[in-house]
Design a protein around this ligand. Structure first.
Ligand SMILES: [Zn+2]
Length: 154
């Protein structure tokens, strides 16, 4: 099902982790409506860059979000976020372009190798937050992710 000219519901709900663990990753009607809004933003990014936008994660059910180690308050669970790449832009440059073009967002997060684009719920004022993920290892070698306010080049 198409959400917009270049983005489908299938790619916005695809999850290797969900498939592997046989977890349900079906959005509700309200979440599909949110995914349509995200798709419109991705269209705007595509128009700006003149390049395909590749979605690595869109909607995540609470179970899937937990399985992939997502934040407990992740906008992915509302269908309000997408993790994207748009070659040859780095996440840093892509985020900068989104800001410069005045494309709507609630949060842009540089997540290392991808960019997280989050929207505010309908009717809620977007915070326009810019965050950079910082990855550190704890004593057991597990990766911990924290988020620093600001936009730092990688
Ligand atoms: Zn994300």
């Amino acid at each position: 099902m198409n959400l917009s000219p270049h983005f489908t519901l299938e790619e916005m709900t695809a999850s290797n982790e969900a498939a592997r663990r046989r977890l349900d990753n079906s959005p509700s009607v309200a979440q599909v409506a949110n995914l349509r809004r995200v798709a419109q933003i991705l269209e705007a990014i595509r128009t700006q860059t003149q390049r395909p936008v590749v979605v690595s994660s869109g909607y995540r059910s609470p179970e899937v979000n937990k399985a992939v180690g997502g934040s407990a308050t992740s906008a992915h669970m509302q269908g309000l976020a997408a993790d994207i790449n748009c070659y040859p832009y780095s996440p840093f440059d892509l985020g900068r372009l989104i800001v410069k073009a005045g494309i709507e967002f609630d949060q842009l997060i540089q997540e290392g190798t991808w960019l997280h684009v989050g929207l505010a719920a309908a009717g809620v004022k977007p915070r326009q937050e810019l965050l950079t993920a910082v990855f550190t290892k704890d004593l057991l070698g597990r990766t911990k992710t924290t988020y620093k306010a600001g936009w730092f080049p990688k």
